[in-house]
Design a protein around this ligand. Structure first.
Ligand code: NAD
Length: 504
């Protein structure tokens, strides 16, 4: 996250996205055509793309149908044998070329991301580099999908375990990281030798389609990587019922994750899910206050709070509680709210009005139940998708914000007394994605890293994600892992082969 110190200039929100898009060198990035079987489809029906900051419709995209999804599945199946037969080195070369094209077009891709998602442009640029990193990572992982040789328990035999591509995969991706959540899935699938069909969030189609343009330019063959935008239920139904789709990867809400898991059960697909978070952020009274404030600020307000890793419950030990609240409140007050295309902006709009409204419900609930509120100052009236960065202190475990994910720029601070107590409170959630611990005690850090029930734990850091790490959650935060050497396994089957009768 990049925090600017320049004064917010009260920009004219209307027309900003449209003007930036008119200046794009890559006109094909705004064509809004779906990619099916190597062809760019304009579609009979078009859906508007909306700038969440201004509410302005600034582009439109093809609305694909279930019939087109059937065509895409057939095309993926046809492309499958040639893609899996290609050497991993050659597939890796194509993935690396794709990553290079993303980096070469990072500026224009970032404008698309900000225009339809809302995040500040500096964060959008960072997302492009982060997203390209997964293609590079998996290019190499595909070359290292070694399998195993097992010391045999049967005389005169050789036991092998091979990793083989699972078949055609599908990805349903969210709007908060409209580029990186595609490449994190597609990089792994393609490196494994699997074609993949992507259904992006309807809020952020242009980023997905631009990434598809670059995939084609990099040499990904027709049918191997396809992107179809449209109604989520209509487009996911064929993906769920078709036996040719062998793996399904989803990032989004736990509610939809449950539906997809259920839908995939009939054809027993391999399902990987990256769902909601509700991250606890534990601050003990032995820490450097400045570091804790900086860490909490980054962990809470990156992506304007619309991040599954966002610190949702900031537990602060009683000894430094008042000092932390004062310093954190001052830091939050300095955050600049505005259009993501304005370079002064730290916090953009919520991509969806429903997310902004959920923030307001949680704020009202907490204040009604006795929490204290302080928020960033704002000179201009902002449209409804904006939520001012807000601090709620004196939050208790009964308040909504302590019980469910916020997904917006509202920070909840809760006091605690003992280590034992805070571990129990942090773990008392059905979510188990990420957790943070700030302490100066090595012993305590080691104890907590063991007892905390989360898939990813940052000790004295708010920044730990990237291609090499196994991204994923415990409990109802998900199934499987993305990135790292484990991610490619979501798109592979193990095959055990026993060669017998080898004795001379
Ligand atoms: P969502 O789960 O509805 O959307 C994510 C993806 O699922 C999108 O592509 C959407 O089109 C698709 N989708 C929605 N309903 C579907 C259905 N019935 N069948 C098939 N696909 C479907 O998320 P949302 O409503 O846009 O956001 C709500 C909450 O979800 C957020 O507040 C946040 O808690 C969570 N979320 C988490 C992440 C994450 O990174 N883990 C990302 C986005 C949203």
């Amino acid at each position: 996250m990049v925090f600017q110190t320049a004064r917010h200039k009260n920009p004219d929100l209307l027309g900003l996205a449209r003007r930036h898009l008119q200046n794009l060198r890559r006109r094909d990035f705004v064509a809004g055509t779906a990619l099916i079987d190597g062809r760019w489809i304009a579609g009979d029906q078009r859906d508007a793309v909306v700038d969440p900051a201004s509410g302005e419709e600034f582009a439109d995209v093809a609305r694909c149908s279930a019939v087109e999804m059937e065509l895409a599945i057939a095309a993926a199946e046809r492309s499958s044998s040639a893609w899996r037969a290609m050497s991993p080195v050659k597939r890796g070369g194509i993935l690396r070329a794709w990553a290079s094209l993303m980096l070469a077009n990072a500026g224009e891709l970032a404008v698309l991301v900000t225009s339809e998602q809302g995040k500040p442009l500096a964060e959008a640029r960072h997302e492009i580099a982060y997203g390209a990193g997964f293609l590079e990572w998996f290019a190499a992982e595909g070359e290292r999908a070694y399998g195993e040789t097992i010391p045999s328990h049967k005389p005169g035999s050789l036991l092998q375990v091979r990793m083989q591509p699972i078949g055609v995969a599908a990805a349903i991706t969210p709007w908060n990281f409209p580029v990186a959540m595609i490449t994190r899935k597609a990089g792994a699938a393609l490196a494994a030798g699997c074609p993949i069909i992507v259904k992006p969030a309807p809020e952020t189609p242009l980023s997905a389609l631009a990434v598809a343009r670059l995939a084609e330019e990099a040499g990904v063959p027709p049918g191997v990587f396809q992107v179809l935008v449209g109604d989520p239920i209509e487009l996911s139904a064929p993906l769920l019922r078709d036996t040719r789709i062998r793996a399904l990867s989803f990032t989004g809400s736990t509610e939809v994750g449950r539906l997809l898991l259920k839908g995939a059960a009939a054809t027993v697909k391999k399902v990987s899910l990256e769902l909601g978070g509700h991250a606890p952020f534990l601050i003990f009274d032995d820490v450097d206050l400045d570091k804790a404030v900086k860490g909490a600020l980054a962990a809470k307000f990156a992506t304007s709070g619309q991040d599954c890793l966002a610190a949702n419950r900031i537990y602060v030990q009683r000894g430094i509680y008042d000092a932390f609240v004062e310093a954190f409140s001052a830091a939050i007050t300095r955050l600049k709210v505005g259009h993501g295309l304005d370079p002064a902006t730290d916090i953009g709009p919520m991509t969806k009005l429903s997310v902004a409204n959920k923030c307001r419900t949680q704020i009202d609930d907490a204040v009604t139940k006795g929490a204290r509120l302080s928020s960033a100052r704002q000179e201009q009236a902002l449209p409804q998708n904006f939520v001012l960065p807000t601090l709620l202190s004196g939050v208790t475990d009964e308040m909504l914000i302590a019980r469910e994910e916020t997904f917006g720029p509202v920070a909840a601070v809760l006091p605690f007394d003992t280590e034992e107590e805070v571990i129990a409170r942090a773990n008392a959630s059905e979510m188990g994605l990420a957790a943070y611990v700030y302490t100066d005690s090595l012993r305590r850090a080691l104890r907590l890293s063991e007892s905390i029930e989360y898939g990813m734990v940052g000790i004295n850091t708010a920044s730990f994600t990237g291609p090499p790490i196994p991204f994923g959650g415990w409990k109802q935060s998900g199934l499987g892992r993305e990135g790292s050497r484990h991610g490619i396994g979501e798109y592979m089957e193990l095959k055990y082969v026993c060669f017998g009768d080898l004795a001379a």
